[in-house]
Write a protein that binds this ligand. Structure first.
Ligand code: SF4
Length: 285
């Protein structure tokens, strides 16, 4: 097979994920017995690397039973209840909530305190850790939606926020759908809270995916951002294939192809992109 392979230099961890991993590594290197509340990154290979260095991943239920330990809050952030549990259980928190998420949490909390007549809606994935943290800013009253059909209350104005990793195009479409159904005396206050780092990657990946015959998109199955960016690539290049690691590559994908682009999500480490690129059959094979 003869084709060129290009790794997208703009793929790889975003600064929020890098910051969380660096905090964890510093603590582990200094001998701290560190617990991560949930997976620090939605990438099994990177997670296993950190686990091999001593990181222990716990669930919220396990945290309830934990006492006198150090617990890392990952970039997704947490609802206020988690901080209350930590205080009760004498847990020291290493808070790696991404500053972008933290700002959004504060904005939603302010909105909740001020706009008592508006209903707060969050465009996001139900049950996702970041979304749980956002809903927690409203004492659990915000409704999480993916489509306009899920809105049940059309008697109050709407304040709308978005999970940081959602697609901007989908957010704009949702706003248009809401406006078309909202009674004239009510209004929509839309806050585009999508992370700019994700939005920039969308534009960049649209270009990158058109520049290659085949795209290998590397991402963990649980990555919300990975789902969005994979669909972006697939929409402009139907020969886009999603893999978790090099073993998932199917040789038939590479038939009659002159160039392969390897890219990934904000939770995909650069070392893994390199590993996948190196596993592709080369010109000598
Ligand atoms: S995608 Fe944006 S908001 Fe999410 S962790 Fe990365 S930098 Fe922070």
């Amino acid at each position: 097979m003869k084709f060129s392979v290009t790794i997208d230099t703009q793929s790889g961890f975003c600064f929020g994920v890098i910051r969380a991993i660096e905090k964890a590594e510093q603590a582990l290197h200094s001998g701290v017995a560190l617990y991560s509340l949930g997976e620090i990154v939605h990438n099994n290979l990177e997670l296993n690397r950190l686990k091999n260095n001593g990181l222990r991943v716990i669930s919220h239920t396990q945290m309830e039973a934990l006492r006198d330990a150090v617990v890392l809050i990952r970039a997704h952030g947490e609802p206020p209840q988690t901080y209350a549990t930590a205080r009760q259980n004498n847990l020291q928190l290493m808070d790696a909530t991404c500053p972008v998420v933290l700002k959004l949490q504060q904005k939603i909390h302010q909105s909740y305190l001020q706009n008592t007549n508006n209903q707060i809606l969050i465009f996001g994935q139900k049950g996702h850790a970041e979304v749980n943290g956002l809903v927690g800013q409203t004492d659990g009253t915000a409704q999480v939606i993916e489509t306009v059909d899920e809105i049940t209350d059309w008697t109050r104005s709407i304040t709308l926020f978005a999970q940081t990793t959602k697609s901007e195009t989908a957010f704009e479409q949702l706003c248009a759908d809401i406006r078309s159904r909202l009674p004239a005396h009510l209004h929509l206050e839309a806050h585009n809270s999508i992370c700019k780092h994700v939005a920039q990657r969308v534009q960049h990946l649209q270009q990158f995916a058109t520049q290659h015959d085949v795209i290998i998109f590397v991402s963990g199955a649980l990555s919300s951002n990975g789902n969005v960016l994979y669909k972006v690539c697939k929409a402009v290049n139907p020969r886009t294939h999603r893999v978790e690691n090099a073993h998932d590559i199917q040789p038939e994908w590479l038939a009659a192809c002159g160039s392969v682009g390897v890219c990934g999500a904000t939770s995909t480490p650069q070392w893994l992109l390199k590993e996948v690129a190196e596993a592709l059959p080369t010109n000598d094979d």
